[in-house]
Design a protein around this ligand. Structure first.
Ligand SMILES: Cc1cc2nc3c(=O)[nH]c(=O)nc-3n(C[C@H](O)[C@H](O)[C@H](O)COP(=O)(O)OP(=O)(O)OC[C@H]3O[C@@H](n4cnc5c(N)ncnc54)[C@H](O)[C@@H]3O)c2cc1C
Length: 299
């Protein structure tokens, strides 16, 4: 099955896994197997893999670090393209610009920026995603978001053609970008940062990390905030006020430390998480009249 895709991956020396255990590719540590998982290692490899997908009649699902997704227990009857370690070059491009391949982890990008005395990305330190996933989601925290620092995003369509968006074309808004409703794959991002005193950058990064450790249940697998922030409210406060901290379904639990996080406290299944999310949504709607919309993307 998927021989053409496996051949393209092999020709370019890309890693691939058949019947890949998706629990290993998501920070929730949940999810059934994917028929085929491929990790492109260059833009040319990605282009050939996409052409092979087209020839096999399969539309691939793209993932970065899997830190904002919940894969269903049934798994994925198709192909997953992981933009990860093999696609993670970070380079200084002059004039305070940094060009980063989509699979680079935000944490590594933040450390690189610090090394070059470039400020602006400190808010992202500790978000466990890739640059591609962060640009896709317009990831943000502590008053900053990708929108503030992204200059250009390069992408590829499902036919292997290259393109890019910048400025208004990126359509950034709260946890949204032009990529959310498209089939485009982000291949690299150019960040425009600012010269800053490295001690000041380091202090901000340390501060953000301290606050994360104090507030978030980082000792358990999760996908971060389960629900988006509803207009005029905070999801975590609403859930807490409904008395749902610690509420458990199977191996899934509303974190006692941060009610906005659903955590995997044992061997949670995807169904456990989905049932728990549905119970939380129902209770918050009943008691507070507010609709909670998932931030986690269900695959
Ligand atoms: C402990 C914890 C803390 C978190 N804190 C924050 C936070 O403070 N702020 C925040 O915004 N988020 C937070 N998150 C959520 C998550 O880390 C971010 O949304 C992150 O940007 C997702 O990146 P990823 O590479 O893991 O994307 P994935 O989860 O792999 O994918 C997310 C979405 O992006 C798409 N995607 C990924 N890569 C690409 C690509 N190259 N091209 C096209 N589409 C792509 C996927 O198809 C999917 O729809 C947290 C998560 C955890 C587990």
């Amino acid at each position: 099955m998927y021989e053409k895709i496996i051949k393209a991956a092999t020709d370019f020396g890309c890693n691939f896994v058949e019947n890949a255990d998706m629990a290993k590719y998501t920070t929730f540590r949940i999810g059934g197997p994917a028929k085929l998982l491929v990790e492109p290692n260059s833009v040319d490899a990605l282009s050939e893999i996409l052409k092979a997908c087209k020839a096999e009649g399969v539309k691939p699902i793209v993932l970065g670090n899997g830190s904002n997704v919940l894969v269903r227990d049934e798994g994925i009857d198709g192909v997953v393209i992981v933009m990860g370690e093999a696609f993670s070059k970070i380079e200084y491009a002059g004039n305070d610009l940094v060009k980063v391949q989509a699979g680079a982890k935000l944490v590594n990008l933040c450390r690189f920026a610090l090394e070059y005395s470039l400020g602006g990305l400190e808010f992202a330190f500790g978000i466990p995603g890739t640059v591609g996933g962060a640009a896709f989601m317009n990831a943000g925290a502590y008053g900053g978001e990708m929108k503030d620092v992204v200059w250009v995003v390069n992408h590829m369509d499902m036919d292997g053609n290259r393109g890019s968006f910048q400025g208004d074309g990126l359509e950034f808004s709260y946890r949204h970008s032009a990529y959310v409703d498209s089939d485009l794959i982000i291949t690299s991002v150019i960040f425009h940062l600012e010269q800053e005193n490295p001690d000041a950058i380091k202090n901000k990064m340390d501060d953000v990390q301290r606050r994360r450790k104090a507030k978030q249940p980082l000792e358990y697998p999760s996908a971060g905030s389960t629900f988006k922030r509803p207009e005029g409210y905070f999801a975590a406060a609403l859930i807490d006020e409904c008395g749902m901290k610690g509420y458990t379904v199977g191996g899934a639990q509303v974190s006692e430390k941060h009610a906005g996080f659903v955590i995997n406290v044992g061997v949670a299944t995807s169904s456990d998480v989905l049932n728990l999310m549905s119970d939380v949504q129902k209770k918050v709607k009943e008691e507070k009249g507010v609709d909670l919309e998932p931030e986690v993307r269900i695959i």
